[in-house]
Each structure stands twice: as structure tokens, then as C-alpha cells.
Design a binder for this molecule. Structure first.
Ligand SMILES: Nc1ncnc2c1ncn2[C@@H]1O[C@H](COP(=O)(O)OP(=O)(O)OP(=O)(O)O)[C@@H](O)[C@H]1O
Ligand SMILES: [Mg+2]
Length: 309
């Protein structure tokens, strides 16, 4: 069974896509089988992983995109999967084992314009589609927009865990509160379908701080995040084990450069030895692995990450 994780924060631009693309790539680099499902109409993770030219070319066939899974007489999820998407500029495989269900800008139609022909909510339909493919993967990651409409609801309904990328600032802490409230009401609203389908109940795994400026003092926001998590844990809204990951992703202009090159940081780092931020992503991957692995596979994970470092 794949471990399914939504990268979600109702605040925009906090590093959801960057974290997802880079952790997914680290896992694939270690030999894990990873599927990324892009649930954001901005299509940022699709464009990063496929590079703009291949994503543009794919746009000639709209049936390849996630939106089509929700349409009457549309595609199966399986048919939308782009295999081994990370390639170099010549189209040669650059990273094995990272597959993608891409989004296009039309995904925003799911929120208002696409009629629902399934006699069940979109999230229940998507859950059934995902079941057809999930045994092919170790990890399935959902890139979510900064909202909580149909598309991110599909992601959350299917997820075991939620990772909350955030910046160490006051607005991110307010956003975290709102997110937990939304998750609670969605849990209540979707209970009937969760019970019928034996779907998991997504729990917050942790907060991953992103774009932390080297030397910046983040003691105050860190304290506030921890206090919030403790309060939510005492109200059973997040598990006792939820935490702010001790590993942080530092601020680095090389993240933007990696998007332009269509490469994850773990592949860039081979070329630019000084890229400490790639190490941050590796350490965060290690954290996520240790929080989601069973004890049997932990020794194996330790070895693979050692090789990666
Ligand atoms: N560690 C970092 N250092 C510097 N810039 C970063 C870092 N991580 C992400 N960025 C930049 O911040 C911007 C937002 O990042 P990203 O797209 O990952 O956020 P997001 O939460 O997915 O945004 P959205 O809510 O729009 O989907 C991008 O321009 C990205 O290049
Ligand atoms: Mg994003």
C-alpha cells in the first residue's frame, strides 16, 4: 500500500510545490516508486517536473490531464499517468521512478463548471480511481492549491497524512489555524463516504518551515507554531506526534533556478556542489521517511539516504 500525503496550506506561495517536487525526487532517487498528482490548476509541479516544452506539447491532448478523470466519458486515472517524467533537455531519463498525473489550467473548471455525473462526490470517485493504481507505488503525493474546494478535497480524502509547508511568520500561523478548522469540517462532511469506502482519515504529520533566511531568528514563530500544535493535539484535532520538523529548508535563489531548468534540487546538486538547500530537502525527506515508514524498512531507508548524501 502506498503512503499518501497531501502538501497543503491555505496560504499561497509558502513552498508546497517546492517541497513536494524535491521530496518526491529524493524518494525516487533512493529507489522508491513515487506518483505525484497535481491538484493545482496553476500546474506548477507539472511544469517543473515535465519542463514547459513537454507540458505545452501535452496540452494538445487534454485527455492526458487530471481534469478528464472527473468528466463523463473521460479518462481513467491510470491513463493519465506520465511515466518517469524527469528528463534532461535531450529527453533522456534523468530520474527513474517518478510518475506524474499532470494538471493544466483547465483544472479550475472542476470547481464550478464540470457537472458531476458520478452520483457521489468527486472525492469519492477519485478515491476509487486511485485504488486502481496505488499498489504500483510506495508514495503518492498530492500538490494542492492554496484553497479547499473540490480538487484539494480529493487529495485530502485519499491521504494518510498532511504536510503543511509554511514560512516562519505570523500570517502562516494564522493560516495554520484556518487549515485545521477546514480539515475538521471536511472530516465531518465526508464521514459517510469515508466509512463506505474505508478511506483513511488524513492526519497532520507536521509543519515544514521553508525559505528560512540563514541567520534569521525564528524562535518566536517556532514557539507559536509549537504552542498551536500542542493546543490542537489536546483537542484531538492533530495527532500527539505532529510537530514542526526540526529540519528546515533554507532560503536560496537556486530553488527558482531549478524550476527554470526543470530539475529537482537533488539533481542540480550534482552540478553545483555548494547547494546546501539540496541537503535540506534530503534531511526533510529523511524525517518524512522516519515518520511514515514501518520499522522493517527503516534500516533500508537509512542506507539509501546515506548513499544519497
Ligand atoms: N527555499 C526557498 N528559497 C527561496 N525561494 C523559494 C524557496 N522555496 C520556494 N521558493 C520560491 O517561492 C515561490 C513559491 O514557492 P512554491 O511555488 O513552492 O509555493 P506554493 O506554496 O506551492 O505556492 P502556491 O500556493 O502558489 O501553489 C516560488 O517562486 C519558489 O521558487
Ligand atoms: Mg504550489
Amino acid at each position: 500500500m502506498a503512503t499518501k500525503i497531501s502538501f497543503l496550506n491555505l496560504k499561497g506561495g509558502v513552498g508546497k510545490t517546492s517541497l513536494l517536487v524535491n521530496v518526491a525526487s529524493c524518494l525516487a532517487y533512493m529507489g522508491k516508486r513515487v506518483l505525484v498528482v497535481d491538484f493545482d490548476a496553476q500546474s506548477n509541479s507539472s511544469i517543473w517536473l515535465m519542463r514547459l516544452d513537454r507540458w505545452n506539447a501535452l496540452n494538445r491532448n487534454p485527455e492526458n490531464f487530471i481534469l478528464n478523470v472527473f468528466k463523463e466519458n473521460g479518462s481513467s486515472l491510470r491513463a493519465c499517468i506520465q511515466k518517469d517524467v524527469v528528463r534532461d533537455t535531450e529527453g533522456e531519463l534523468a530520474l527513474k521512478g517518478l510518475d506524474l498525473v499532470p494538471a493544466s489550467f483547465n483544472l479550475m473548471d472542476l470547481e464550478h463548471e464540470v457537472p458531476n455525473p458520478w452520483e457521489k462526490p468527486f472525492y469519492a470517485h477519485f478515491y476509487e480511481e486511485l485504488q486502481e493504481v496505488e499498489s504500483n507505488y510506495d508514495y503518492i503525493f498530492f500538490d494542492c492549491p492554496p484553497s479547499f474546494f473540490h480538487a484539494p478535497q480529493c487529495a485530502v480524502f485519499c491521504s494518510d497524512h498532511i504536510i503543511v509547508p509554511a514560512n516562519p511568520d505570523a500570517l502562516s500561523i494564522i493560516g495554520f489555524h484556518l487549515l485545521i478548522d477546514k480539515l475538521e469540517s471536511f472530516r465531518r462532511q465526508s464521514r459517510k463516504w469515508r466509512d463506505m469506502l474505508s478511506a483513511p482519515e488524513a492526519q497532520v504529520l507536521g509543519v515544514s518551515l521553508n525559505a528560512v533566511k540563514p541567520g534569521a531568528n525564528i524562535d518566536v514563530p517556532l514557539e507559536r507554531f509549537n504552542a498551536q500544535i500542542e493546543r490542537f493535539a489536546s483537542q484531538n484535532k492533530v495527532p500527539e506526534t505532529a510537530c514542526v520538523f526540526p529540519e528546515q529548508i533554507r532560503h536560496s535563489v537556486t530553488v527558482g533556478r531549478a524550476v527554470l531548468q526543470g530539475l529537482p534540487m537533488v539533481l542540480m546538486s550534482k552540478r553545483e556542489a555548494s547547494m546546501k538547500v539540496a541537503e535540506d530537502y534530503i534531511l526533510t525527506t529523511q524525517r518524512i521517511l522516519s515518520l511514515t515508514s514501518n520499522s522493517e524498512s527503516e534500516a533500508e531507508n537509512g542506507e539509501s539516504l546515506h548513499a544519497l548524501n
